[in-house]
Design a protein around this ligand. Sequence first.
Ligand code: APR
Length: 184
Amino acid sequence: MHRYALGEASLELCCGDITEADTVAIANAANAMLMGGGGVDGAIHRAAGPELAKALIELKRDLPGGVLETGGAVITPGFLLPAKWVIHCVGPIFEREGDSAAKLLARCYAKALELCRRRELESIAFPSISTGVYGYPVNLAAPVALEAVRRGLGDGAFPRRIRFVLFDDATLEAYRTAADALFR
Ligand code: APR
């Protein structure tokens, strides 16, 4: 586990499976339809159980066209997961968004942190949003994600602990390099 101080909050980087994270909330790298998929989304749905998809179907009723915009985030319970809450974020598809990709990626993290603040959630774990199926190069995504977390924390009391749970060594290394440059 690699730790950095961000004001009163702590940022942790580690390798692992986010479905096992013991944080109060975990973030999901979802898609606009919120219907589950592969990658981390599939793993979260499998571990949370079928109630998660049912909760998302309910929640979609309140979204225009039943679709969550890119850069948006919504919250559901975690059901069978150790985490009490799941914050579903829709990251940008790198090739499609072009110059807007960084802004939209940063917005996912900002919105997720805003939900933590509003609900007074003490801790959240993030995966590396958009760097799998959505094709965002991880060396470009890592500094955007980390800077968005720093900005999104502001000086509020929640969350106090932010963890990135990264699935492989190369992704962890990219986030470590970016965090060393930004925070040390
Ligand atoms: N824990 C942590 N990270 C994971 C896990 C897991 N259990 N499984 C996969 N990952 C990692 C991937 O290795 C990658 O580094 O999460 C990162 C994001 O990859 P994707 O899950 O492919 O997410 P993304 O690129 O944002 O694409 C989203 O994929 O599955 C679909 O429904 C999802 O359509 C959406 C798209």
